[in-house]
Ligand binder design. Structure first.
Ligand code: MN
Ligand code: MN
Length: 294
């Protein structure tokens, strides 16, 4: 299993660096996400979740939509967040790039440094709160705030959140790490309050109650495909639109959402509209931590 995490991590890392090279003034956010996802698949992986391209005070979960016309502008703070999985072994990684400017160098550097400092603690017997404390201390040294209601998370086989969170501040959680556990760690930095709230719909979904019966045959067909292709992992309307007619797909997704069979994520925005940076790696807990997305 660890071999699959390591293989998936290598793919995610290559896709991230490729994605980083695409972040330029006037680049299309839709093209960036599509190219990153195609890269993951061409390297022999599948997606852990749809690629996000979250800009400025949008902290996370902004995956370009079908026909998204947004382009990057000089000075934008762009976070690409992506994941590759092999045989279900989920990896998750992110980086932040400032478009054609260095005005917010420290915002990005603080999240990178917080992650570097945190990685050293992914050893057996570390308490979860100790990692949060190191992240918080590193970020505050730069007079910035961590985002308190976004956290890293355990990952597993076809599991993007195992239930154990890695906080970006000292939350006093005494849970102890064990050898072999796999985590995504993702310090977020901001000039703002350090709290995110729900924004608009993302057109990214997860299965909520996949066993619930659905009468409409078109919806049933789409649901069957979702379960086969993505198993229990998040998926986008954009990716599904390559398989299904858009009218049929829209109807089916609306139906499935209304019935509570699938659930749509919201885009997450920083409450005070502070700019946000994020850096993320997937790490296997060991005496010497293994960063699989390095
Ligand atoms: Mn991520
Ligand atoms: Mn994550």
């Amino acid at each position: 299993m660890n071999q699959d995490f390591i293989k998936a991590g290598k793919i995610a890392s290559q896709a991230r660096e490729y994605g980083r090279s695409l972040i330029k003034e006037n680049a299309s956010v839709l093209e960036i996400a599509e190219k990153i996802e195609a890269k993951i698949r061409s390297l022999g992986g599948e997606l852990s979740f749809p690629c996000d391209v979250s800009i400025n005070f949008i902290a996370a979960h902004d995956s370009p939509k079908i026909k998204d016309e947004r382009t990057l502008k000089k000075g934008d703070i762009v976070k690409i967040d992506l994941g590759a999985q092999v045989n279900g072994c989920v990896t998750d990684t992110a980086c932040t790039v400032e478009v054609n400017s260095t005005k917010h160098k420290d915002l990005i550097k603080a999240s990178e440094e917080a992650l570097d400092n945190a990685i050293k603690l992914f050893t057996p017997r570390t308490k979860v709160c100790e990692i949060g404390k190191v992240i918080e201390t590193t970020i505050k040294k730069y007079n910035l705030s961590p985002i308190r209601n976004l956290a890293g998370h355990g990952v597993g086989v076809y599991e993007i959140h195992t239930g154990i969170n890695i906080p970006n501040y000292d939350n006093n959680n005494q849970t102890v790490l064990e050898k072999g556990m796999v985590f995504a760690c993702e310090p977020f930095t901001t000039y703002g309050d350090g709290i995110v709230m729900d924004g608009k719909n993302s057109e990214v979904y997860s299965l909520e109650d996949p066993g619930k019966p659905i009468r409409d045959s078109g919806s049933r067909e789409v649901l069957k495909y979702i379960k086969e292709k993505y198993k229990t992992l998040p998926f986008s309307k954009r990716d599904l639109s390559k398989k299904f007619n858009i009218l049929k797909l829209t109807l089916a997704l609306n139906n499935l959402e209304r019935e509570g069979i699938i659930q749509q994520y919201n885009i997450l925005v920083e409450r005070s509209k502070g700019l946000v940076a994020q850096t993320e790696h997937t790490i296997i807990v060991d005496e010497k931590p293994v960063v699989v997305t390095k």
